[in-house]
Design a protein around this ligand. Structure first.
Ligand code: DLL
Length: 425
C-alpha cells in the first residue's frame, strides 16, 4: 500500500478508535474532556498529538478490566504482563482482535520466508504471556504446522526439532543461542536439519547475537517485537533485508517522542516509541508509552514493503529488566523483601549472562542483628525469599546475603541494578 493510501486508512481507523473509547471507556472520556477534546476534533493524522498518553500505570489503576472498550460477552481471551508491583496489566481480546493478531503473525512468518509447508516450533512460553499463544494462532492462520512445545525442556526441544523437521523456530534470542549450543554439544549438525529461520524477540538482542545464532544453527535469524498491552508479539517484524522491523501500520500508529518533554520527534531521531492501536476492540490504547527506545525509518525497504521500520530496541526509559523473557521491575523484588522484614531495605539486582542464559542474583543486606544469627536461620530465610520471588515474578533467582552496610548507598536515585550482560555490539 502506498504511504498516502495508508495514511488515509490510518486516519479513518484512528477516528473510529477515538470515538469508541470516548463512548465506552470512562478513563478516556475524562482524559479527553480534561484536554478539551471531542472525537470530532481529530481531523488529520497530525491531530494525534492532541491525544493524551496512556501509561502502564493507567492499566494498573484500572485493574483488571477498567480500560476495556468491549463488554465481557465479547471478550474471548485474557493475557497479562507483570507490572511494577504485584498486579499485572490485563489485556482482553475480542474474536476480531485474535483474528487480526493471527493475521499479523502470519504476515511476520511470511517475512521470514514462511508458508504452508513449514513446521514452526513455538518455544515461547504458553500461558498468560502473549508469546506462545500469540505466535501459535498466526502459524495456524498461515496454514503451516505448529509445534506448541512452549519454553524449556531443551533436550526435548532438540529431539522434536530433528524428528518433526522444524523449519522455523520461534523463541527468545537467548534461548535460541542456548538451544544452538546445547545442540552442538549433543552432536547435532544443524546444517543437516531442515531448520532455516528464527523469529526471535521478547527481549533486547544485538547484531552480534544474531551472527552467533545464524552461524551455529545455520539459519536466518529475524527480530520480532511486541508488547502485551498493545497486542503481544507481531507489532513489528524484520524482513529478510534485516534493516529494522516493519510496524504493522494498518493496525498501529507509531510515534517516537522525547521521553522527558513528550514532544514528537521527526523520523530518524531516537526516542521513546509510542503506539496507538487503531483496530483493537478489547482494549484500544491511545498513545501508549512503551518505554522502549528506538528510531523510525519511513523510506521504502529493499524488500518493497512500505510499512515504517523501527530500529532494534536498544534500551528502556524505565528500570524494567528483561530476564529470560520475563519482565522484572526492581520494585517487585523490593516489595517481596519488605514483606519479610528481616533484611535491610538495601539490595542490588545483579544480572549476568552465564553461558547464553540470563541469571539474576539478588544481593540482600543483612541487619546487624541478623548478621550475628545462626546459619540455619539464613538458609530458611533464603529459601523463603526465593520461593516468594518465584511465585510473584515467575522467575528463579539466587539470593546472596551480604554484610551490613556493604551495598553502596546513593545520594540521588538508588542504583538497584548491576547489569553485567554484554548487549552492546
Ligand atoms: O515480550 C511480547 C513478545 C513475545 C514479543 C514474543 C516478541 C516475541 P511483554 O512481556 O509485555 O511482551 O514485554 C514487552 O519486551 O516493551 C520490550 O521492552 C521487550 N521486547 C519485546 N520484543 C523485543 C525485541 C512480549 N524484539 C517488552 N527487542 C517490550 C527488544 C523487546 N525488546
Amino acid at each position: 500500500m502506498s504511504r498516502d493510501r495508508l495514511a488515509e486508512l490510518q486516519l479513518e481507523r484512528l477516528q473510529k478508535t477515538v470515538k469508541k473509547v470516548y463512548q465506552s471507556v470512562p478513563f478516556y472520556k475524562n482524559a479527553l474532556k480534561a484536554r478539551g477534546i471531542e472525537p470530532g476534533d481529530i481531523k488529520s493524522l497530525d491531530d494525534i498529538k492532541k491525544l493524551p498518553f496512556t501509561y502502564k500505570q493507567d492499566l494498573r489503576d484500572n485493574y483488571p478490566y477498567g480500560l476495556f472498550a468491549a463488554p465481557m460477552d465479547k471478550i474471548i481471551r485474557l493475557h497479562a504482563s507483570s507490572g511494577t508491583t504485584g498486579k499485572p496489566s490485563v489485556v482482553g481480546y475480542t474474536k476480531q482482535d485474535i483474528s487480526n493478531w493471527a493475521d499479523m503473525i502470519a504476515r511476520c512468518l511470511v517475512m521470514a520466508g514462511g508458508g504452508k509447508n513449514d513446521v514452526v516450533q513455538v518455544a515461547y512460553g504458553y500461558g498468560l504471556f502473549t508469546g506462545g499463544l500469540g505466535a501459535h494462532y498466526g502459524v495456524e492462520r498461515l496454514g503451516a504446522a505448529v509445534v506448541p512445545i512452549s519454553g524449556g525442556n531443551t533436550a526435548r526441544q532438540l529431539m522434536l526439532m530433528k524428528d518433526f523437521g522444524t523449519t522455523i523456530l520461534a523463541c527468545t534470542p537467548s534461548y535460541a543461542l542456548f538451544l544452538a549450543e546445547e545442540g552442538i554439544n549433543a552432536g547435532i549438525d544443524f546444517k543437516k536439519l531442515p531448520i532455516r529461520a528464527g523469529v526471535f524477540g521478547a527481549e533486547p538482542w544485538t547484531e552480534n547475537m544474531r551472527k552467533q545464532i545464524e552461524a551455529k544453527m545455520d539459519i536466518t535469524a529475524l527480530d520480532i517485537y511486541g508488547l502485551s498491552e498493545v497486542m503481544g508479539p507481531g507489532v513489528s517484524m524484520e524482513c529478510m533485508a534485516k534493516n529494522g522491523s516493519h510496524i504493522n501500520e494498518d493496525h498501529f500508529i507509531a510515534e517516537v517522542i522525547d521521553p522527558d518533554t513528550g514532544e514528537v520527534l521527526p523520523y530518524g531521531q531516537q526516542g521513546e516509541l509510542v503506539l496507538t492501536t487503531i483496530t483493537k476492540e478489547g482494549i484500544p490504547l491511545l498513545r501508549y508509552r512503551t518505554r522502549d527506545i528506538s528510531t523510525l525509518h519511513p523510506e521504502v525497504c529493499a524488500c518493497g514493503r512500505t510499512h515504517v521500520r523501527m530500529k532494534r530496541v536498544t534500551g528502556r526509559t524505565d528500570d524494567m529488566l528483561i530476564i529470560r523473557g520475563v519482565n522484572v521491575f526492581p520494585s517487585q523484588v523490593e516489595s517481596v523483601l519488605l514483606e519479610f522484614g528481616e533484611t535491610e531495605p538495601h539490595y542490588l539486582l545483579v544480572v549476568d549472562r552465564k553461558g547464553d542464559l540470563d541469571d539474576l542474583e539478588i544481593w540482600v543486606e543483612l541487619s546487624e542483628k541478623m548478621f550475628s544469627d545462626e546459619v540455619k536461620h539464613f538458609e530458611t530465610l533464603e529459601a523463603k525469599i526465593r520461593h516468594r520471588i518465584l511465585s510473584v515474578l515467575n522467575i528463579n533467582v539466587k539470593i546472596k546475603f551480604v554484610e551490613p552496610r556493604t551495598i553502596p548507598r546513593s545520594e540521588g536515585k538508588a542504583k538497584r541494578v548491576m547489569d553485567r550482560r554484554e548487549l552492546k555490539g
